[in-house]
Design a protein around this ligand. Structure first.
Ligand code: DOR
Ligand code: ZN
Ligand code: ZN
Length: 396
């Protein structure tokens, strides 16, 4: 087949290194089939799936189940996070050496189910458990809220966001960086969202890499007034000062990867009043269009986008055969039309939960074709063929 790409840009297959596809556990909002369909519709060729499912992915048995389950269901390639829990510290080294594991995810401040490693001794044991880069959830929101219960009642979201800036995220990140230095274990700090953390982490480049989220580059706290619970995520969307710091960190090289933190919740959950609305926003399908729009708006270059959504994830996680185009790499491509202007509509969203915090937003720059190992799997909004996604491979 000849594919005419006149007037288009052909990029190495783009990767969302931070998604929650909810399977097993919550098929009413997302599954591996629907979440990876959303991914290819949005121009992604690989996603890395988080372990906080129900049950969570903490054992070899559950990991094997997930790896076998994706065959014939996944529309794109998929890497698996393993969750650190107090019960599996002794197994973590063996689990992270599994070829399809992108890394161990640590929730040290907030979590779902059994994935909480919050005390210093357990966290240090996790850091000493293996040698690949650990993925760290940078937020201590719930732990600190528990310390200040009065804080959670009746305050507008704006103030929540500002209070968290000064006390929360930063505490956990500082503790982890101290442990990283002490143990020699490097960490990928996920969803860094404050100016203070970003400037602090510049001094820890020897032991850390940095993820920021599309949402923190795209939305500020005015979104709470417009979207209510549909703007609530963890870590929270913050004010313009923090967004400016995130863009400065993209420009100066502090940021290694940009993820969506795609975290579907039902409409019913999102419409509950604060603080009972689930924390998390959909994003896997809108990551590439919004980042391309940022390119057109002059906030980053197209090569830098490829860095953050392809070469960066490949380097940070040790992804094999996908980063940048080179001999011997999979023929994964994202073909984009930088001139196409289109509005994000909820009718386009493939996730069963059916909503996006970006509905009505116009993007200039749009993925028009997704190619995996030479097969076009998406072309002009149509998903093509059969689900041919396979488990992604990582260097041990
Ligand atoms: O907003 C979030 N949602 N942050 C997380 O860390 C978890 C995620 C989820 O699973 O809903
Ligand atoms: Zn997280
Ligand atoms: Zn997440």
């Amino acid at each position: 087949e000849t594919i005419d790409c006149t007037g288009l840009h052909v990029l190495p297959g783009l990767i969302d290194s931070h998604v929650h596809l909810r399977e097993p556990g919550d098929a009413a909002v997302e599954t591996i089939a629907t979440g990876t369909k959303a991914a290819v519709l949005g121009g992604l060729t690989t996603v890395f799936d988080m372990p906080n499912t129900n049950p969570s992915i903490t054992t070899r048995e559950k990991l094997d189940w997930k790896r076998d389950f994706v065959a014939g269901r996944a529309w794109c390639d998929i890497g698996f996070y393993v969750g650190a829990a107090k019960s599996n510290i002794a197994e973590l080294a063996a689990l992270e050496a599994e070829p399809n594991v992108c890394g161990v995810k640590v929730f040290a401040g907030s979590s779902t189910g059994d994935l909480l490693v919050e005390d210093d001794a357990s966290l240090e044991a996790v850091m000493r458990s293996g040698r690949r880069r650990i993925s760290y959830h940078s937020e201590d929101e719930y732990r600190l809220q528990a310390r200040k219960p009065a804080y959670t009642t009746g305050m507008p979201h704006r103030m929540h966001a500002e209070w968290r800036d000064v006390e929360c995220a930063f505490l956990g990140t500082r503790r982890l960086m101290a442990l990283a230095r002490k143990t020699g274990r490097p960490a990928h700090i996920l969803h860094v969202s404050t100016a203070e953390e970003l400037s602090y982490l510049k001094d820890f480049r020897d032991v850390c890499t940095v993820e920021v989220l599309l949402n923190h580059l795209t939305q500020t706290d005015e979104a709470y007034d417009r979207l209510g619970g549909y703007a609530v995520m963890n870590p929270p969307i913050r004010d313009a000062r923090h967004m400016a710091a995130a863009w400065a960190a993209v420009a100066d090289g502090t940021v290694d990867t940009v993820g969506s933190d795609h975290a579907p919740h039902s409409r019913a959950a999102k419409e509950r009043p604060w603080p009972d609305c689930g924390a998390g926003l959909t994003g896997v399908q809108t990551l590439v269009p919004l980042m391309l729009d940022h390119v057109n708006a002059g906030r980053l270059s197209l090569p830098r986008l490829v860095d953050l959504l392809n070469a960066g994830p490949a380097r940070v996680y040790g992804l094999v055969g996908k980063g940048r185009m080179a001999a011997g790499y999979d023929a994964d491509f994202t073909v984009v039309d930088m001139k196409k202007t289109r509005t994000i509509e909820e009718s386009w969203i493939a996730s069963p939960c059916g909503w996006t915090p970006f509905a009505g937003q116009s993007c200039t720059g749009w993925p028009v074709m997704t190619i995996i190992r030479g097969q076009a799997v998406m072309r002009e909004d149509a998903v093509l063929g059969e689900p041919l996604g396979t488990p992604a491979r990582f260097a041990p």
